[in-house]
Design a protein around this ligand. Sequence first.
Ligand SMILES: [Zn+2]
Length: 468
Amino acid sequence: MKTLYLFNTLTRNKEEFIPIEAGKAGMYCCGPTVYNFAHIGNLRAYFFEDILKRVLLFNGFEVNHIMNITDVGHLVSDDDEGEDKMEKGSAREGKTVWEIAEFYAEAFKKDIALLNVLPPSVYCKATDFIKEQIEMVECLDKKGYTYKTNDGIYYDTSKFPEYGRMALLDVEGLEEGRRIAFSDEKKSKTDFALWKFSPKDQKRQMEWESPYGTGFPGWHIECSAMSIKFLGKHFDIHCGGVDHIPIHHTNEIAQAEACTGEKFVNYWLHGEFLIEEKGKMSKSAGEFLRLQTLIDKGYSPLDYRYFLLMTHYRKKIRFSFDNLDAARNGFNNLKSKIKEVKSDLKELYDVSESDNVFRYREKFYEGINDDLNVSEGLALTWEVLKDESLSAEEKIFLVNDFNKILGLDLDKIEADNIPEEIIVLANKRKEAKANKDFKLSDDIRQQIKALGYELLDKKGGEFDIKKI
Ligand SMILES: [Zn+2]
């Protein structure tokens, strides 16, 4: 097995990936809050996690990939204030929260499938694991990490000395910056809700009984409870967008480690944002681009995947339609080049042991295993296709192999199927040329062109036929 290096947010270092159990990797990814369609910026996070998963698989690991679906508890503000995102979606569309959750979870799954993002081993909905979340609140309660206010049970972050370590949070500084208007009973700015009580005068669409009263779980508790349920108290990899570092993931660590008394996760990986000139693109800013918007404008979902592949996951991507156009051109050229090579394929024979294949695979590993440098892998794919010392068979073998990471359906590209009629004409022309009958040779070339094909002459009277 090769050495794989990943950048760990915990240590701010690239570290060798050493799994807890040899040959296996447990990976938990924070999923969508299903109250609206996913924005193309949100989709970048799932694309990055897909690359991570594919790289783990390429390295021979068996991957257990868990993703949650947040269908309860996520409030508009990360400070446990404001409207419930699900209730907001419900009011907007005049449907129940359950219908909203179902509809947008399906829309999300469709989007990521169109982007060739491999589905997780398990999708877990927060509302299916309320019991586990309540048990975790009880665990924290028994250990003295909680207090009660008028509106819920809160986590007392001052009891967890390691609080905010991953995010390098300046907890005291945050306290000083505490807003004057912030007048609820929270003891500290960083404390957060584990369980929120339903309002006394109204019945919520989603609420459950608990030893603390009727209510619903805070947003962060679902990920700690469900990741432990599916992957155990201590597992390999947890990922999400960089926006999760200061609050959501910080709180997940505080909940899990206080309850289990063990280290929660070994490697934390975070993907950067997609930005527009206006700044961070997000759903809360109002108008937003979704995958369907790109499709409606004539782009394929894989044009967008190619666009994402061009930038390392820890760098910001500036999105514009000009940049997307450039990516689409690059992708079209790549597909044409592969078609061309495929039409030169004679007989498929086994090249897996060839020196050329070995050399290029080593180079490819070097890139992807250096903290998922897929843009280097993409550049290498071009290098392979242009390398004259490789046979068509070797090129196609390598492209198909690299496609396991790139996920661009390069293995499905077919050589143009040239009709028999055209091949017969082309051979007649070859004969005419050999007989130096240039008039007939030219006439046949025109005839072929009129039928939608072009002849490209090669050395020794040979030729290629291309569809125009
Ligand atoms: Zn989460």
